[in-house]
Design a protein around this ligand. Sequence first.
Ligand SMILES: C[S@@+](CC[C@H](N)C(=O)[O-])C[C@H]1O[C@@H](n2cnc3c(N)ncnc32)[C@H](O)[C@@H]1O
Length: 88
Amino acid sequence: MSLNQNQISIATWYNRYPEIFSELTKIINNPNKILSFGCSTGVECNTLSDLYYSKSKIIGLDINKEVISKNKKIIKTKILNIMIIYQI
Ligand SMILES: C[S@@+](CC[C@H](N)C(=O)[O-])C[C@H]1O[C@@H](n2cnc3c(N)ncnc32)[C@H](O)[C@@H]1O
């Protein structure tokens, strides 16, 4: 664990917060960019792109570069509206 890693768990799953994301789409409609801070594998980025904000650029940020290898969808398909950044 990095000294700056505030949350140790990397737990994440697809469509983890459906109620929150649905409410969010009512408040924020078609933003240009979305930052998923502490995105872990980036599955949250997949969720936002697939189900809620398909037209937005999704930027995932995480301090732990090892978790990206767990997201086969991001690795095997080149999803153009998602960018993942590790090691800030
Ligand atoms: C429990 S996961 C949450 C993943 C996703 N946001 C979700 O809700 O499904 C927390 C993530 O935050 C990351 N994290 C912790 N401290 C961080 C920091 N200072 N900067 C960036 N990412 C951080 C961890 O590496 C971990 O992958």
